[in-house]
Design a binder for this molecule. Structure first.
Ligand code: NI
Length: 151
């Protein structure tokens, strides 16, 4: 026990990098389609996600921020603030929307999980102070998910 406390005390005088996670959730409709391709090719590439009349997914977004712990507060980021950023930038903007029709960023961009993760990253990045690093993990289904870190 004493050794653990000594280690902790020692580390407090050095840089301590930690990651904080916050999850958000939204439901949205989309259709994946490339206008220049014929129906058969689109169906072949996008499968069910090419359904002409759209379809929905229950998206789960995990926002990961990584950086140095503030020695005074013992925190990396105020999670209440992080919750607010996710709500305003993603949940309020995308929940119960048709991504292709209702969300301006996807007027000319296929709303794949990949593209949605990148757009979410860009929107959230503006509200996370540097040098805190940001990673977005977006689940389109329980088994299909993507990760984007801004590279
Ligand atoms: Ni889909």
């Amino acid at each position: 026990m004493e050794a653990i406390l000594l280690t902790l005390k020692f580390n407090l005088y050095h840089q301590m990098i930690i990651s904080v996670f916050r999850k958000g959730h939204f439901n949205a409709a989309h259709r994946l389609n490339v206008a220049e391709w014929d129906a058969e090719t689109n169906k072949k590439i996008f499968g069910l996600c090419n359904n002409e009349n759209f379809h929905g997914h229950n998206y789960e977004i995990t926002v990961k921020v990584t950086g140095e712990i503030d020695q005074k507060t013992g925190m990396l980021i105020d999670t209440t603030e992080l919750k607010k950023i996710i709500k305003e930038q993603v949940e309020d903007a995308w929940d119960h929307q048709n991504m292709n029709i209702d969300v301006p960023e996807f007027k000319n961009l296929n709303p794949t999980a990949e593209n949605m993760a990148i757009i979410a990253w860009q929107k959230i990045r503006k509200h996370i102070p540097l040098p805190i690093e940001l990673t977005i993990i977006l689940h389109e289904t329980e088994r299909n998910f993507v990760e984007y870190s801004g590279k």
